[in-house]
Structure formats: C-alpha cells, structure tokens
Design a protein around this ligand. Structure first.
Ligand code: FAD
Length: 461
C-alpha cells in the first residue's frame, strides 16, 4: 500500500472528536510563489513526485487561479475553433484545467463564446463540446462509482481477450518506438495536458493495440492531467474502449498524420510498418473478432439523478446567518457559486487522503490545485476525512449550515449525506448551462444533446 498523507503537523491541529483520522491544517502550503509552492508540496506529498522533476514543474505554462483563465477566455475564437479543433495545432481553448475545477463555469464560457460571434450557430461547435463535459457530469451523477466498470458489454470483442492489468514499462518510459505515442506520453508526464485527438489516439492504441485494460489507462491519465476529472476521463476511456459507445474508437496512421501535419510520421523509425498502418477495415479485422450479432439487444438507458444536494426547507436555509462554504475540486474559486454568494463566510477545502490514495495526483496536479487555492482569499485547507473536517470547522466557526456548489463526485456526496444528519447542506447552483428538465435518458450523448442544445445556445439571462 502506498503512503500518501503528509506527516501530521504537531501543535494546534484540531483533534478529531471521534478519534478517526487526525485533521491536519495544510493552509501553510498555500503560496503565491511557484518555487515556494513546489518545494512545500514536494515536502508534504513526497509520493506525488513520480515521473517529473522540479524543473519541469517550474516550466509549466499553465497556472492555477482565475486571472489566467480569464486571459484564455479573452483569446477564445469560436469560429476558428469550429474549423480547426480536430487538428492538434487548432484553435482549441486550453481552458479544461480551469473548467474542470470550476474556476470558470460552462455557462460563463458559453456566454463569452456567444458574445464573440455574429450568430449563435457560429459558436455551436464549441458549445457542443462544452456539452460533452456537461453530459459526462450528468452520467457521473447518475452512475456514481459505477463509471469505473464497463457500462455496456464491449461493442466489439478483441482477438486477444486477456487484458493487461498494468501499464507496460516501454509505455511509461516513452520508449515504444512509435514516435507519436512516445511524444504523447512525454507531454502527458511533463505538462499534464494533451489535445483531445492525442488523448483519443493514445487511449485507443493502449486499449485496442496493446490490450491494456481501459481502467489502467484512465487511472494513469488521472494522475497526470491538470484537468483530471473522473467523469470526463473515465467516460471518455469507456467511449474509446467501446464499453459506453456504439463501437470502439480506432484510428489509422493516415488519420493521425493528417491532424498532426505529419510531424510524427516523418521521423518515425516504424514508418510504413507501425501498429496503425492500413485502412480501417483491415485494422478492425486484425483487432476484433467478427460480430456475432447478439451483442446488444436493447439500447442503453440511464436515468438522470435527482437534484443534489436535495433541496431543504427554506426556513432552515434562511435561518443560517453565516454558513460555512465547502469548496471542492469542482469549485476551486472565489467566483464559484457558494463562495461568491457568501463572501464573508469561512471557506474550507479538504484534501481527502482517500482521494490522494486512489487518484495518486502528481505534483503538477497538486500545484495547479494549490495555485487555485492561493487565489481564494482566506481559504482554509485541511487534510482529513471530508465529513470530519467540515463538521469540525463549522463548529469552530460557529456555522450552523454548510453551502456547496453541486458536484457529481460520489465521495463528496457521501460525506455530505453523513454530515446532513448534523448540519443542513445547501446547494448554491451553478449558472445554468442548459435546460435539462425534459431529459429522461442519458444513454447516449446524441439523445441528450438533441434535448438540451437549443437552450445551451442561449446566453445566461
Ligand atoms: C481518453 C480521454 C480522456 C479525457 N480526460 C479528460 C479529463 O480528465 N478532463 C477533461 O476535462 N477532459 C478530458 N477529456 C476531454 C477532452 O480531451 C478535453 O476536455 C479537451 O481536450 C481539453 O482541451 P481544451 O480545453 O482545449 O478543449 P476545447 O476543445 O477548447 O473545449 C472547451 C472545453 O469543452 C470541454 N470539452 C471539450 N471536449 C470535450 C470532451 N470530449 N469531453 C469532455 N469535455 C470536453 C472541456 O471542458 C474543454 O475545456 C478526455 C478525452 C479523452 C479522449
């Protein structure tokens, strides 16, 4: 078992009244200075240093906090986006780390996109990609931890049924010999960000060519991606694997070459004989058994989850004078709904040891998160079981209510449910991205999007 928690800080940490995990005050790790943050985080989370040096961290071009996100928003070009997004050099926004952590909301990005075009249709491509994120979030809310297992039977069966349970060493070392794959791996490790097409190619090659279980690849991505998000990540891996889609995603060299302008294939030692050479029909026949015809008899239906947290009586909500603001990985900003609605209230972010243990975030992810935290005035950061931390801090501040921005995260939802027996938990809603009131089924994005896309193309009222 890996050890992930930092050493207990002595002195004035609040002891857990029920004698579970001790609560550790990590607020001292917050710093506006990148060098100091790197040193402090490296000391506090020694296990998070795998596969990257302090030097690569110092060079990271992405910085947490709202100002860098607003600068990216200002550069967004929805028209160029719709023309070029599939090319790795295309006009993509690069906003995913901030969107994932709720530093900017989907509605805010949509509103900015609409403001930059003459007619809403010109922003439709970008808005539909935001829609994918919204969709994955809804599916995660509906299925909870169920997203970690196959949602459907695989759409096609591999010729080699045995799946590899860990990442092959040549992949981790970026030494597969495939110029493209090795470049993607190095960039994932060094920068924590890949273009969507690069993610699809890497995932597809790992799962369908190398026979790695999709969960292994998904967990690896989650360690490194600055936008690492179980919903978008695990569900995209399932989409590629064909366990949550009509067919598995495969690509050939021609496809990769045309969306990378040939930068990988030209210098590749395997040019002409690599794993993805040839037409799709031949590739599919090489990778998958012929369909038996009885794979899936009924279309997948997924019922949307109820609103979370459940609405509580308005009397209780109104009685709270000064609630505690609970910031989560989905709301790491003073501009996120609960913090913005209660600017005078104490704000608490919890580093959950169970999250560290399962997602194994690398130092670059932690650095991004702590840079976001550094941008939130007076935020407290504690390590401990979320339920215990929030209960203890609410008591310490005399708060009789907790406010939180909705999140699909099952860990937060379970903690909130346990807490709600002692403290009312109240939602501060995100600005509306789309109208989901008619959605009864989340089985496919196309069905979801046909119900909500018209409302998603309307600016916030
Ligand atoms: C295997 C795999 C794993 C992925 N893991 C993640 C992840 O952990 N976190 C994450 O945010 N995205 C993930 N994605 C989705 C997508 O690749 C990234 O959101 C996108 O590449 C981020 O770059 P961008 O901000 O320039 O996106 P843009 O193309 O500029 O899009 C704007 C925003 O829309 C959203 N978005 C766009 N495409 C998608 C998509 N296909 N799915 C979900 N949201 C989308 C993102 O929030 C993005 O920032 C994954 C995709 C694949 C294929």
């Amino acid at each position: 078992m890996r050890r992930w928690c930092c050493q207990p800080l002595p002195a004035d940490n609040v002891g857990n009244p029920k004698g579970r995990l001790p609560l550790l005050d990590l607020s001292g790790l917050i710093s506006g200075d990148r060098d100091r943050s790197i040193d402090a985080l490296a000391a506090a989370f020694p296990q998070a240093q795998h596969l990257q040096s302090a030097e690569t961290l110092r060079r990271l071009s992405v910085q947490g906090g709202r100002q860098p996100a607003l600068e990216r928003l200002a550069e967004m070009d929805p028209v160029a986006y719709s023309r070029t997004r599939n090319h790795v050099g295309g006009a993509v926004t690069g906003l995913s780390p901030w969107i994932r952590h709720g530093v900017v909301s989907l509605a805010e990005v949509r509103d900015r996109a609409l403001a930059r075009v003459r007619a809403p249709e010109e922003a439709a491509k970008l808005v539909s990609e935001l829609g994918w994120r919204d969709y994955w979030q809804q599916v995660h809310a509906a299925l909870g931890d169920g997203i970690h297992a196959d949602i459907e039977r695989p759409a096609a069966l591999p010729r080699t049924p045995k799946q590899i349970e860990c990442l092959p060493a040549d992949v981790l070392d970026a030494a597969t010999g495939m110029h493209c794959i090795d470049a993607f791996v190095r960039r994932l490790h060094d920068t924590g960000w890949l273009h969507n097409h690069e993610r699809m190619w890497l995932a597809s090659w790992l799962v369908h060519v190398r026979g790695v279980r999709w969960q292994v690849g998904a967990d690896w991505f989650l360690e490194h991606l600055l936008d690492g998000d179980p919903a978008s990540n695990h569900l995209s891996w399932q989409w590629v694997a064909g366990t949550f889609s009509a067919k598995p995603y495969i690509f050939n060299r021609e496809n990769l070459e045309s969306y990378t302008s040939g930068v990988h294939c030209g210098p590749c030692p395997l040019l002409g004989g690599c794993d993805v050479e040839g037409d799709y029909e031949r590739l599919a026949a090489r990778l998958f058994l012929p369909a038996a015809g009885d794979e899936r008899s009924t279309p997948l239906r997924i019922r949307p989850a109820a609103a979370w947290p459940p609405p509580i009586g308005s009397g209780v909500a109104a009685a709270a004078v000064r609630p505690l603001v609970w910031l989560t990985l989905d709301s790491l900003s003073a501009a996120s709904p609960a913090a913005a609605a209660h600017p005078e209230s104490p704000r608490v972010f919890v580093v959950d040891p169970a999250w560290l243990e399962t997602e194994r975030p690398t130092l670059k992810r932690l650095l991004f998160i702590f840079e976001c935290l550094a941008d939130i005035p007076d935020v407290e950061v504690w390590q401990g079981t979320p339920r215990d931390v929030i209960a203890a801090r609410a008591q310490a501040h005399g708060c009789r209510q907790v406010v939180v921005a909705p999140t699909p995260c099952p860990r937060i939802r379970r903690a909130a449910e346990a807490l709600s027996t002692e403290l009312p938990i109240v939602a501060c809603e995100w600005p509306r991205f789309c109208d989901r009131s008619r959605v009864r089924d989340l089985g496919r994005f196309s069905r979801y999007w046909s119900q909500v896309s018209a409302s998603a193309l309307q600016p916030t009222a």
